[in-house]
Ligand binder design. Structure first.
Ligand code: HEC
Length: 120
């Protein structure tokens, strides 16, 4: 191999790693909001509402919460790190993918955040 062939090979290898890197990172970040919405409708809306506002004051609001916070909470309920009898049961049925999609769905409901605290 002469120097220009070596340089071309280096460029090709670098490009290949870039492509692999980009496709790996995009697969980690791939959320499916529609799948999250469908799951929320089937399971979570009964308590947390489709708009992410809890239907009773004892059911927390999820609308507009950070994705990372929501997915950590769900992982912790599933692992038992965070203990709550109700949520343990629901989280147990969720795959990693469900958790990501649900967290993303509720995080995108920013318009439904409660505008003010209504404390009396
Ligand atoms: C039967 C009612 C009920 C259902 C159905 C339900 N939850 Fe919950 N959820 C609760 C209650 C009650 C809590 C508060 C638990 C606690 O004190 O840790 C909670 C807490 C949470 C939290 C933590 C919120 C915070 O601010 O820390 C998340 C996230 C959550 N639920 C997501 C979901 C998702 C996603 C589903 C559907 C797969 C779901 N929940 C289904 C009742 C419910």
């Amino acid at each position: 191999m002469n120097q220009s062939q070596i340089n071309r090979t280096k460029t090709m290898v670098t490009t290949l790693f870039l492509i692999i890197g980009i496709s790996l990172s995009s697969s980690v970040m791939a959320f499916d909001k529609e799948a999250g919405k469908a799951k929320a409708e089937q399971v979570c809306a009964a308590c947390h509402g489709m708009d992410g506002i809890g239907i009773l004051p004892t059911y927390p609001n999820l609308a507009g919460q950070y994705v990372d916070y929501l997915s950590k909470a769900l992982q912790d309920y599933r692992s038992g790190q965070r203990s709550n009898a109700i949520m343990a049961g629901f989280a147990a049925t969720l795959s990693d993918e469900d958790i990501q999609n649900l967290a993303y769905y509720y995080a995108t409901l920013k318009d439904h955040r409660l505008p003010t605290l209504d404390i009396k």
